[in-house]
Write a protein that binds this ligand. Structure first.
Ligand SMILES: *Cc1c(COP(=O)(O)O)cnc(C)c1O
Length: 809
């Protein structure tokens, strides 16, 4: 790969580039212009390898995988790309000579708001790992003009501001006008007999939307691989407008234009109790159809193989059900455009598609009303109907008179299209994202499918990019690890286990303590600057950052804090290990309980922090606008990782892995990947509490839990619950939370697990006070975090599901 020989060359190229881009003297440049200049310079360096990577894949006709995801939560790219091409130091030194600090330039880049949370961040870690492992794999998604909102806290409450992340342009993207395709919506579709006695589909009077790809390079780590993240944007063309006029009138043409522009305008929040569901379905089909058309076109042009062999060269992976329309869309292309029979097309489709399930929360299962689906996607609906008919015919033949079974596996039922069932039926591989989650899929959620296709099910425990979440975000720890075991772990995270012999080494633990302290100081400085709050860096940094959701139980955390506050108020002599409780996370704009939880945290924080005596022992703070960049400051600073979801609800979690890799001790329930973290580090190095998933399930099925009984029998709980509604917390009332805990019988077992959580928190405090043991635990967590590198996860996908091999560029 082309590089900058030294800082002198960097400065020379920078100066030339800056002049061309901005027509200004260097001293007049803004920090943002400096950022953009360096970003374009990085792109220049990788452009040849980007072209070469695609050329090599096509010439060797290697099997490629396309990872379809409605979100990619990338985070900033400048630093990760500089690290990837090994040019961070040259750039830093060169900029310094020119009078800039790279640390001031990096924050100029805005986080692309192309995701909500864990699912989108997983997709970003996956494409990072694909490139690092020189695997031929690419991302496919939508170029949302506005990301998820920016979160502000005003008067203790969340306020949502639009995230116009593209205002200053995005230097990492390349618009590929010549690769645009058309996607069709609406109109009429019906079958008619052909001359030779077959059936063919007539699809007419549809509206056509132009999909234009914007490509972002995905740069490998110290290799020459540059894969592609392809983001689609919806546009209308003059011809399409004219077409609308001929099909209808000026009104239809006007509506069409408005609608097209809306398709790629907004990212929708994950808890979509929102309106605009129709637009979301349009987005899903838009991404799927554009992505598939471009893959098929490339395959025909470069591979020149028969469409019957498509699956031998192409794998499509769908991240949750949002892209599940790849199944009927690929069927449509194979049948309507390539003239292949239903049976052959179905075989090719199933062998091409793989599906990862991400949730078992019933309210999060995607379903579309048939009338809406049918009017928006008439041709796709005919195909889904046929898939459903053939499948139910099979099921009813095998299990006659068993309508309950038909209902459990139907794609169309009760006036709805069931996307998870479509995804399962159309895939040769179905996986969960942590062992407990995959087990629940097999045993209950998808049990009937599992009995039909046991070989298609597997587990692929999630992972995180150790490049972003350790090498990049915690250079202090990375460099200590280098000094201790060498730097081979950077290429192979499993080698972190070489730290194991040092977890009892006093000198190493001392240094580890210093690194953690340095990272806590950085965090404390950020908090001082942004919030003008002083948090003591020798207190326990106890952090819960994730989307706000009842099942994630931020409520349990804040109720325990409130409980501590009351204890300290009534027993002024009481001493606890000083703690700083930090929260962060966005609530979906329409999710009342989540927004009230944020308010409760902020009101309690105000009460605690303003109290002179209590605030000597504890601080509470809600950090605004949690995103990838804020995470890069928070994870390295954590002593305690709060992973306290109701057992059986969190599919995997990945925040838990980022904390672990940075030496935090997990305080967790036996849920998601916490189970594997516990297995890796043992009881001595994490604190597990609360109901197990089978106990939770047993209460759901057989009853036997009454939160009112908890209220009556436990005076602490009674005090806490009363204070939610009697105005004693800042004069506010938290009725929605009170109702969910008592009137709706505490669906997530917050009160049931409360005592166990308090005990577990005491246990944490006691352990923290034994400094040597605590640092040992921290070291054990780091040493065993290699398993949670997404490189391990991607290697499993590559060998078990995709059957793709590394390609050296
Ligand atoms: C990792 C990450 C998440 C996922 O966190 P969980 O604790 O697994 O829910 C969400 N948002 C951001 C910005 C992340 O980096």
């Amino acid at each position: 790969m082309k590089t900058w020989q030294d800082k002198e060359e960097f400065k020379k190229i920078f100066t030339e580039k800056a002049h061309v881009l901005w027509e200004k003297d260097l001293q007049d440049m803004t920090l943002n212009e400096v950022y953009q200049t360096v970003a374009y310079m990085v792109r220049d360096l990788v452009s040849q390898e980007w072209i070469r990577t695609n050329k090599v894949y096509a010439e060797k006709k290697v099997k490629q995988v396309y990872y379809f995801s409605i979100e990619f939560l990338l985070g900033r790219l400048l630093e990760s790309n500089l690290i990837g091409i090994g040019m961070e130091k040259v750039c830093r030194d060169g900029l310094q000579d020119l009078g800039w600090d790279l640390e001031d330039i990096i924050p100029q880049e805005r986080d692309p708001g192309l995701g909500n949370g864990g699912l989108g961040r997983l997709a970003a870690c996956f494409i990072d790992s694909l490139a690092a492992l020189h695997l031929p794999g690419h991302g496919c998604s939508i170029r949302y003009q506005y990301g998820l909102f920016n979160q502000r806290i005003v008067d203790d409450q969340q306020v949502e501001l639009p995230d116009n992340w593209l205002v200053n342009g995005y230097p990492w993207e390349v618009k590929k006008v010549d690769k645009a395709v058309n996607v069709h919506f609406g109109g009429n579709a019906y079958m008619r007999p052909t001359e030779d006695g077959d059936l063919e589909c007539v699809y007419e009077k549809y509206s056509s939307v132009r999909a234009v790809p914007y490509d972002v390079p995905v740069i490998g780590y110290h290799n020459n691989t540059v894969n592609t993240l392809r983001l689609w944007r919806a546009e209308y063309s003059r011809e399409d407008m004219y077409r609308e006029l001929t099909l209808g009138d000026r009104h239809r043409a006007f509506l069409y234009k408005e609608n097209v522009q809306l398709i790629s305008r907004f990212l929708y929040p994950e808890d979509s109790r929102e309106d605009g569901r129709r637009l979301r379905l349009m987005q899903e089909y838009f991404m799927v159809s554009a992505g598939l058309q471009s893959i098929v076109r490339h395959y025909k042009k470069k591979y020149r193989k028969s469409m019957y062999r498509f699956d031998q060269y192409i794998n499509i992976h769908i991240n949750d059900t949002h892209p599940a329309l790849v199944v009927p869309e690929l069927m449509r292309i194979l049948m309507d455009e390539e003239g292949i029979s239903w049976e052959a097309a179905w075989n090719v489709t199933v062998r091409t598609v793989g599906y990862t399930n991400h949730t078992i929360l019933p309210e999060a299962m995607e379903r579309w009303s048939i009338p809406m689906f049918q009017s928006l996607l008439p041709r796709i609906y005919l195909i889904v109907e046929e898939i459903n008919n053939r499948w139910l015919q099979e099921v009813r033949a095998l299990y006659p008179e068993d309508e309950a079974r038909a209902r459990d596996v139907a794609v169309l039922w009760d006036g709805q299209v069931h996307m998870a069932h479509l995804a399962v039926l159309g895939s040769h591989s179905i996986n969960g994202v942590a062992e407990i989650h995959s087990q629940i899929l097999r045993d209950s959620t998808l049990h009937q499918f599992y009995t039909c296709f046991p070989d298609r099910f597997s587990n692929k425990t999630n992972g995180i990019s150790h490049r972003r979440w350790l090498i990049q975000s915690n250079p202090q720890l990375a460099s200590l690890i280098d000094d201790t075991i060498g730097d081979a772990w950077r290429l192979d995270a499993a080698k972190l286990v070489d730290l194991e012999p040092f977890t009892g080494d006093a000198a190493f633990l001392q240094q580890l303590g210093e690194v953690k302290r340095a990272r806590k100081d950085i965090m404390a400085t950020y908090i001082k600057q942004k919030y003008n709050v002083t948090v003591p860096a020798d207190s326990i940094f106890d952090i819960q950052i994730k989307r706000i959701h009842l099942y994630k139980r931020q409520l349990l955390n804040i109720l325990h804090i409130l409980h501590l506050y009351y204890l300290l108020k009534t027993n002024p002599k009481m001493r606890i290990t000083p703690r700083t409780f930090l929260f962060g996370g966005k609530a979906a704009a329409g999710y009342g309980e989540a927004k009230q939880t944020i308010k409760l945290i902020n009101v309690v924080a105000g009460m605690v922090n303003r109290d002179r005596r209590v605030s000597r022992q504890m601080h509470v703070l809600f950090l605004e606008n949690y995103n990838v960049s804020l995470g890069q400051i928070l994870f390295p600073a954590a002593d305690v990782s709060e992973q306290i979801s109701t057992a059986g609800k969190e599919a995997s979690g990945t925040g838990n892995m980022k904390f672990m890799m940075n030496g935090a001790v997990t305080m967790g329930t036996m849920d998601g990947a916490n189970v594997e973290i516990h297995r890796e580090v043992g009881d001595d190095n994490c604190v597990i509490f609360g109901l197990r998933a089978d106990e939770v399930m047993d209460y759901y099925v057989n009853g036997g839990y009454s939160s009112w009984n908890m209220y009556s029998s436990d005076s602490h709980i009674r005090h806490l619950m009363n204070s939610l509604v009697d105005g004693s917390i800042g004069g506010e009332s938290f009725g929605m939370l009170y109702e969910s805990l008592l009137d709706r019988n505490d669906e997530y077992f917050v009160l049931k697990d409360f005592a166990a959580y308090c005990d577990a928190q005491k246990e944490i405090s006691e352990r923290y006070n034994e400094r040597k043991k605590w640092l040992h635990s921290s070291a054990v967590n780091i040493a065993h975090s290699g398993y949670f590198s997404s490189d391990r996860t991607i290697q499993q996908y590559a060998s078990d599901i995709w059957h793709i091999k590394p390609v050296k560029i």
